[in-house]
Design a binder for this molecule. Structure first.
Ligand code: HEC
Ligand code: HEC
Length: 255
């Protein structure tokens, strides 16, 4: 019977904690601690100055997925399901709030504006770049590459630039190229859609779906880091590249 008081105590702490949860600390020592944690856990993807990398820049007044402090703490604690944003479950609730406070302080740092003209970029995207053959924006376009409708929320401008000039620099986890050789000798290359112990499903680069039993295959190659997207380094001028990136950065979730 000694368990009950303990349970009640835990509940009281928990209730107090969740009420306090969204109040971000503002003391200087908390912000300093928040920055330390940020540099250790977040800078890898969001940049040492918060200007982004694989993850989006945090130097923005409004964060799409973290519009208020409660949402921000939740994103830091749990990550964003189905994306590359991991949850920081190794940190304590207090540390989540300290990092959140530091992230909020970044929103007051002015971001370097992206050069380039998004309107001209859109023309390049649809025309010379033929990007829509592989990518969809708001439901229109191909499905070979990832959907780009909100890519401005997901990636920094530096990452977007690298995606276009050097597509294999960082291939998203969600994309895996596989090459299978059937026992008959036929080879098929495409994106892996599904795989279990006995079978594998892929879509080739002409859009056809294939399903194989593994026992019918002689070889399976998982080309992690390989991409069918061509490099546009020599196809676009510097100005054109700026325009294209300005366009991609402008693609954000409608609010
Ligand atoms: C492995 C890379 C990675 C790490 C590490 C990482 N993030 Fe992220 N983060 C991302 C990506 C990618 C997204 C965009 C997810 C999406 O919406 O597709 C993101 C999104 C976010 C967002 C939402 C931004 C918005 O515009 O709504 C916040 C806030 C954030 N991260 C904060 C953090 C903090 C704080 C840490 C450290 C505790 C951290 N991230 C660690 C990759 C990362
Ligand atoms: C032949 C098909 C193909 C074409 C054409 C193509 N892409 Fe891609 N793209 C892909 C694939 C597949 C990926 C995922 C693997 C990777 O990162 O390279 C990708 C990745 C990307 C990414 C990274 C997305 C993310 O979530 O990280 C961006 C941005 C991008 N492409 C933009 C463009 C633009 C802009 C053009 C036109 C100038 C273009 N792509 C043309 C197939 C294509």
């Amino acid at each position: 019977m000694r368990v009950l008081p303990l349970l009640l105590f835990c509940f009281a702490v928990w209730a107090g904690e969740s009420k306090e949860k969204t109040k971000l600390p503002s003391r200087r020592s908390d912000l300093e601690r928040g920055e330390k944690l940020y540099q250790g856990h977040c800078a890898l993807c969001h940049g040492t100055r918060g200007d982004g990398g694989r993850g989006p820049s945090l130097l923005r007044r409004r964060l799409t997925r973290a519009s208020d402090d409660a949402a921000l703490v939740k994103v830091i604690e749990e990550g964003i399901n189905g994306t590359e944003m991991p949850g920081a479950s190794q940190m304590s609730p207090r540390e989540h709030r300290q990092v959140a406070a530091y992230v909020r302080s970044l929103s007051r740092v002015p971001a370097t504006p992206v050069p380039g003209d998004p309107k001209r970029g859109e023309q390049l995207y649809l025309g010379k770049g033929e990007c829509a053959g592989c990518h969809a924006i708001n439901g229109k376009g191909g499905t070979l590459g990832p959907e780009l409708s909100d890519v401005g929320d997901r990636r920094s401008s530096a990452y977007l630039r690298a995606s276009i000039t050097d597509p294999e620099a960082d291939v998203p986890r969600s994309f895996l190229q596989v090459r299978v050789v059937a026992k008959s000798g036929r080879t098929i290359t495409g994106e892996r859609l599904n795989e279990d112990s006995f079978s594998i499903q892929l879509r080739d680069y002409s859009g056809n779906l294939h399903s194989f039993l593994k026992q019918d295959l002689a070889e399976i190659h998982r080309d992690r880091g390989k991409s069918p997207m061509p490099s546009y380094k020599d196809k676009f001028t510097g100005t054109e590249l700026d325009d294209l990136i300005a366009y991609l950065v402008s693609l954000r979730e409608a609010k």
